[in-house]
Design a protein around this ligand. Structure first.
Ligand SMILES: [Zn+2]
Ligand SMILES: [Zn+2]
Length: 301
C-alpha cells in the first residue's frame, strides 16, 4: 500500500546521511526510502557543504583523521549519489538535490557556495549560519562559544550579530531556503539565557533579517530538529513566525533529518506551529518536466 500523501508534506532540509556526514547515520538510500514511507511528496536533501579549512573540523572528524580534503571528497561522492538516487526514486518521490551552506571562511564563503552550486548543478541551497566570529553556535565546542560570547559582550549581542549575519548571508547568497532561523535559541536556552535572545534589540535584528529574507524571496523553514534537541518549539519560535507572517515572508518545512528514523519527525507539529501563528500556506520547490519550479500548498488540507 502506498503511504498517505498530502500536498503540504514537503521537507526542504534534511537527508544528511552517515555516508557523507560524520554526525549522521544510515545510507542516503535508506533515508530516501524512509522519506517515501513518511508520505513525503517532495523531499529535499541538503548535505553539508565542506568546511575548507582545518580549523573548522569537528572533534570527531579530527579523531577520525579527516581533513578538509576528506570533506571535499565526501561532498563530491554525495553530489553524484544524490543525482543518481533522485533519478532512481523519481516515480515514487520527488527528490531535490541541494546542500546546506557554511558561512566560513567568512572572506570567501560566498564564492565557495557559488562554486559548489555551479560545479554540481544543484537544484537549490539551504542558507544556514552555524558560525559567529569563527565559533560554532550549534554545539561543537562549548569553550569556543563561551569565549566568543565573552568577547562580543554577552548573549544578547551574540544574537544581534548572528541575525545581522543571517541578513548579510541571505543577500549575498540568495538561498532558496533559510535554515533554522533562530538557531541561537539552542545555546541560549541551554545556558539559561533564553530571554536574552528575545529582547527588543534582538527583535529589531530579527525584523531586519526577515526583511532581507523577504527581499530575496527565500523561504524560512520551520525546522523540527529543535524539538529533538529538547526545545519547546521548532525553529523559529512563535513570535518570529508571527512577525514573518505579518511581513509577508514565505515559510517551508524541514525535518533536518540526520538518520532514517528522524525522517518525517515533527511534521504534524510543524504544520500546527505554522497554522497557530497565522501561516496557512507552505511554499516549496518541486520538479516538473525536469525543471525546478516554485510551488505551494494549503496547510489546512
Ligand atoms: Zn548536520
Ligand atoms: Zn544546519
Amino acid at each position: 500500500m502506498n503511504p498517505p500523501k498530502a500536498e503540504w508534506k514537503v521537507s526542504l532540509h534534511g537527508g544528511h546521511s552517515g555516508e557523507f556526514c560524520e554526525h549522521a547515520e544510515g545510507s542516503l538510500r535508506e533515508i530516501l526510502e524512509a522519506a517515501y514511507q513518511a508520505g513525503y511528496r517532495v523531499f529535499g536533501v541538503a548535505e553539508h557543504m565542506p568546511r575548507v579549512e582545518a580549523r573548522f573540523l569537528y572533534p570527531k572528524e579530527i579523531e577520525w583523521g579527516w581533513t578538509p580534503q576528506t570533506l571535499e571528497a565526501n561532498f563530491d561522492r554525495y553530489a553524484h549519489a544524490i543525482t543518481q538516487l533522485a533519478h532512481e526514486f523519481a516515480d515514487r518521490l520527488i527528490v531535490l538535490r541541494g546542500f546546506e551552506i557554511e558561512v566560513v571562511p567568512q572572506a570567501r564563503y560566498v564564492e565557495l557556495v557559488q562554486h559548489y552550486r555551479q560545479k554540481y548543478q544543484f537544484d537549490y541551497i539551504v542558507g544556514s549560519v552555524h558560525y559567529l566570529h569563527d565559533a560554532s553556535i550549534d554545539g561543537y565546542s562549548e569553550t569556543c562559544f563561551l569565549e566568543m560570547m565573552e568577547r562580543v559582550g554577552g548573549m544578547e549581542e551574540v544574537a544581534v550579530q548572528y541575525y545581522h549575519r543571517v541578513a548579510e548571508m541571505a543577500q549575498a547568497v540568495r538561498p532558496e531556503v533559510i535554515g533554522h532561523l533562530d538557531l541561537v535559541r539552542l545555546k541560549a536556552t541551554r545556558l539559561g539565557l533564553a530571554e536574552q535572545v528575545a529582547t527588543e534589540r534582538v527583535r529589531k535584528a530579527v525584523e531586519q533579517a526577515l526583511e532581507a529574507i523577504r527581499s530575496v524571496g527565500a523561504r524560512v523553514e520551520v525546522n523540527t530538529s529543535a524539538l529533538r534537541k529538547g526545545l519547546d518549539q521548532p525553529y523559529p519560535a512563535d513570535w518570529i513566525v508571527q512577525l514573518g507572517a505579518r511581513m509577508g515572508v514565505r515559510f517551508c518545512i524541514g525535518d533536518d533529518s540526520h538518520r532514517p528514523s528522524q525522517v518525517g519527525f515533527g511534521l504534524e507539529e510543524a504544520r500546527l506551529h505554522l497554522l497557530r501563528n497565522g501561516v496557512r500556506e507552505v511554499h516549496f520547490l518541486t520538479r516538473e518536466n525536469g525543471q525546478i519550479v516554485p510551488a505551494s500548498a494549503n496547510l489546512e488540507g
